[in-house]
Design a protein around this ligand. Structure first.
Ligand code: ZN
Length: 368
């Protein structure tokens, strides 16, 4: 995995008309450029992620992410990043504009697969508009079927693009242009309509978001001599939850909520209890493949609301810790999670502290 993701975030964004450069404005709960960083991290395709920025960027904890200073023009920033990679044993680079936050991880994987056979892979889309070419005062009709519009991330064999970028002294608006200027062959693959560039403020609202909701419920019996797991944590208690897995009702209810919102059946279908390989499985390990799938398909968690139904342990005592644990497991911020405790007036199995139940509702955003 000797790939590097280069994120160009040094542009001034003249058309954006804001004091804050557009790469740093808040876009769907985080700075715009972070969408690209997070997707690159989640794809697990990159040994190194380089952010090229003329503004300080702090608070990125992942060690594979480095920030370097950019140039005045886009091609100079790209050049600087490629220079920085000298002697870092990089095989391929993915060069991406921070102003395109809406590409999918699926696209990254498709690009990566094509790099096995090609030294340059670039995504493109077509246009539905009729197109004219203006040359001075002369207008010509262009055949739109022959036009392609390139997007980023654009991927290249590092050695080749490094050589070309060293030779280049011209203004190019993307790295594919540079490649074509030197008559090199590019493999073009279908890009994504949603992967548009944000140049004006109104573009921030352009994306087509669909919402999906899913509800989950779970209950397990409490038995002696077992640890109690809730929300991925061990909670000191007189009993633990019986089950094929570790019995973590909170995570199970969330999994069912996520699967419901994705319209993918339920936890029992994904993890059948008659399969021995799932015996005693820890619930965070059941959650993570579901989250990978969710990211790959272009869903994002909007919020999660949970009712933990038990007489004891007291939810108020562990609320903060459980929310923190869930925010780490789900890779969302704490303020996207709410946890309520609900007792049952000492009624039934739950009232007698012989069982714990949980229900959760999740909402997902899907960028269609
Ligand atoms: Zn369960």
């Amino acid at each position: 995995m000797n790939n590097c993701f280069i994120l160009l975030a040094a542009g001034k964004g003249k058309r954006f008309k804001s004091n804050n450069p557009k790469q740093f404005v808040n876009y769907m709960n985080k700075p715009l450029f972070m969408h690209s960083v997070d997707k690159a991290l989640k794809s697990k395709l990159f040994k190194l992620i380089i952010i090229v920025s003329n503004y300080p960027i702090k608070n990125i904890r992942d060690k594979s992410v480095k920030v370097i200073k950019g140039g005045k023009e886009r091609y100079q920033s790209s050049q600087k990043a490629l220079n920085f990679l000298k002697n870092k044993k990089i095989k391929n680079v993915f060069i991406h504009d921070a102003a395109r936050p809406n590409f999918s991880i699926k696209l990254l994987k498709k690009l990566n697969n094509n790099l096995r056979n090609y030294k340059a892979v670039v995504p493109f889309i077509k246009t539905d508009n009729s197109t004219k070419y203006k040359n001075g005062n002369i207008l010509q009709n262009l055949d739109r079927n022959k036009l392609i519009f390139t997007q980023t991330p654009q991927c290249f064999d590092y050695k080749t693009i490094y050589k070309l970028s060293k030779l280049n002294k011209h203004l190019v608006t993307d790295d594919a242009s540079l490649y074509l200027n030197y008559k090199k062959k590019i493999k073009f693959i279908r890009g994504e309509e949603n992967n548009f560039k944000i140049t004006k403020k109104s573009d921030l609202k352009k994306i087509n978001i669909k919402n999906f909701y899913g509800v989950g419920f779970d209950i397990h019996r409490l038995i002696k001599n077992k640890k109690l797991y809730l929300g991925g944590l061990t909670i000191p208690f007189h009993s633990g939850l019986q089950g094929h897995s570790d019995g973590d009702v909170i995570i199970h209810a969330i999994i069912d909520g996520l699967l419901g919102a994705m319209r993918k059946m339920d936890i029992g279908t994904v993890y059948p209890s008659n399969k021995r390989k799932y015996k005693n499985i820890r619930s965070p390990n059941m959650l993570s493949p579901i989250l990978n799938n969710l990211n790959e398909e272009g869903y994002f968690i909007n919020n999660v609301d949970i009712n933990l139904i038990c007489e004891r342990p007291k939810v108020s005592k562990y609320r903060k810790k459980i929310i923190l644990s869930l925010s780490n497991l789900l890779n969302i911020s704490k303020d996207q999670i709410n946890l309520k405790g609900k007792t049952v007036e000492k009624l039934g199995l739950i009232g007698k502290e012989e069982a714990i139940a949980c229900e959760a509702i999740v909402s997902l955003n899907y960028y269609a």
